[in-house]
Design a protein around this ligand. Structure first.
Ligand code: AMP
Length: 214
């Protein structure tokens, strides 16, 4: 099963994708995570990506598409994948569609995680992520057992540089201008399903996902 997660940054795509990964045993491919890993390792791709990410802008389409196609060619994607954060522009979506057609595959479902800007700004500014495993927490709504430490792996929790108020504004602007048109695109070209980013418990989210995927 090939799945696309669509929605604003902070809407909850990553959390839902992680649950789908756990339940359906599919690789969770987050373009943001791949860029951040490259930044950490100080690769050429990382250096380039950082200059865009720090501003709340998107990394150029050609670079992003090549990176994703390379990742999808790995063996673990043969029986499906969850794409989280890609595509983010109409160019990415149309180029991706062409590549899928060439390889005779398709996207089975595009899951839109819905949320309004106020909720998203609150989520992002209070978000803390594990620098080791990427697990996500919130300073009010989803606190770790021990402050600053990841429950899952014991890694340090950090406040992402692009989760600060100024960059959040730019990221939301970028989302509305460049990514939101994809809702229409997948509404027409794909199997678009919407889940609320307000879903609270793990059980609630799993129930919504099962409703869509089963
Ligand atoms: P995320 O963790 O998904 O919010 O991504 C963090 C940042 O990585 C974004 O604000 C973009 O700068 C960059 N990024 C992630 N995915 C893409 C994409 N598909 N196209 C361009 N830039 C991306």
């Amino acid at each position: 099963m090939n799945i696309i997660m669509l929605g604003a940054p902070g809407a909850g795509k990553g959390t839902i994708a992680a649950l789908i990964k756990e339940k359906y045993n599919l690789p969770h491919i987050s373009t943001g995570d791949i860029f951040r890993a490259n930044i950490k390792e100080e690769t050429e791709l990382g250096k380039l990506a950082k200059s865009y990410i720090d501003k709340g802008a998107l990394v150029p389409d050609d670079v992003t598409i090549n990176m994703v196609m390379d990742r999808l060619s790995n063996d673990d994607c043969k029986s499906g994948y969850i794409l989280d954060g890609f595509p983010r522009t109409i160019v990415q979506a149309t180029e991706f569609e062409k590549a899928l057609q060439k390889s005779n595959t398709k996207i089975d479902v595009c899951i839109l995680v819905d949320g309004d800007d106020d909720m998203i700004a609150n989520r992002l500014s209070g978000r803390r992520v594990c620098e080791k495993c990427g697990a996500s927490y919130h300073i009010e709504h989803m606190k770790p057992v021990k402050e600053g430490i990841c429950d899952k792996c014991g890694g340090n929790l950090i406040h992402r540089k692009d989760d600060t108020v100024d960059v959040i504004k730019d990221r939301l602007k970028t989302y509305h201008e460049q990514t939101q048109p994809l809702i229409d695109y997948y509404g027409k070209n794909g199997n678009l399903k919407t889940v609320s980013g307000f879903l609270g418990s793990k059980e609630e989210i799993i129930k919504a996902i099962e409703g869509i995927l089963n």
